[in-house]
Design a protein around this ligand. Structure first.
Ligand code: DX5
Ligand code: ZN
Length: 218
């Protein structure tokens, strides 16, 4: 099964972003994962709109934007108009997630929910027939370099179980502390996409191309 491999660009070398994107494009990453944070929903600030606009101008590959912001409904048009391909909202941060998810689809973008480690399957059930993707956070959102939270595996198992999953059309991605070992284990279970950060891609002594090839071969 081909994997969706997405470098988490908050870890990119912003001193050489043009070269980073060229190297990642040439390494044949599937697309890019852009973390947007508001200092409210998460206690951090990721990239800004200018960063996103630059990355959009520098690659033709798909861009996923991960909105770790309160009231994401206010900004769907803005992100859609920048030209991203997939917009993930946190239902925990939205008073009316189904309306926001529909607004994403009305802009002809793929709609995803990103769910915190403590968010239950039951609580997201109403959205499962609407979304194209579920991004399961395997760390508490807001920072890179954290430890994988093992208790989330049970939720992954429930959402990946064909008896449950086959009633819907979503694919599953995981985001947070994803190592090559996690890519191997979770892809074998049917997880489709992996956000690659400090545990697998950035700051390693191998080329991006070698790493991406190795991850695709797992
Ligand atoms: C965390 C972000 C992740 C993070 C992944 O809130 O959503 O995308 O950057 O980085 P690692 O893989 O280092 O956890
Ligand atoms: Zn993310």
């Amino acid at each position: 099964m081909s994997k969706i491999l997405l470098p988490s660009m908050m870890l990119a070398d912003f001193g050489g972003l043009k070269e980073e994107i060229k190297a990642l494009d040439n390494a044949d990453v599937t697309g890019y994962h852009i973390d947007i944070m508001d200092g409210q929903f998460v206690p951090n600030f990721g990239m800004g709109l200018q960063d996103l606009e630059y990355i959009r101008s520098a690659t033709n590959k798909p861009i996923d934007v991960h909105l770790m912001i309160d009231n994401p409904d206010k900004y769907i048009e803005k992100f859609a108009d920048i030209g991203v391909d997939v917009i993930y909202i946190h239902p925990e941060a939205d008073t009316h997630p189904t309306r926001t998810l529909q607004a994403i689809k009305d802009k002809d973008k793929k709609a995803g929910i990103a769910i915190n480690p403590g968010t239950s399957v039951e609580s997201i059930q109403p959205y499962l027939s609407i979304v194209d993707y579920i991004m399961i956070m395997t760390v508490n959102p807001g920072f890179a370099g954290q430890k994988y939270l093992d208790f989330v595996d049970e939720k992954i198992d429930r959402l990946i179980n064909p008896e449950f999953k086959n009633k819907y059309n979503y694919e599953i991605l995981v985001d947070g502390a994803i190592s090559p070992e996690k890519v191997e284990k979770l892809s074998k279970k049917g997880v489709k996409g992996f956000v690659l950060g400090s545990s697998s891609l950035f700051g390693k002594d191998k080329s991006y191309a070698d790493i991406i090839k190795e991850l695709n071969d797992l």
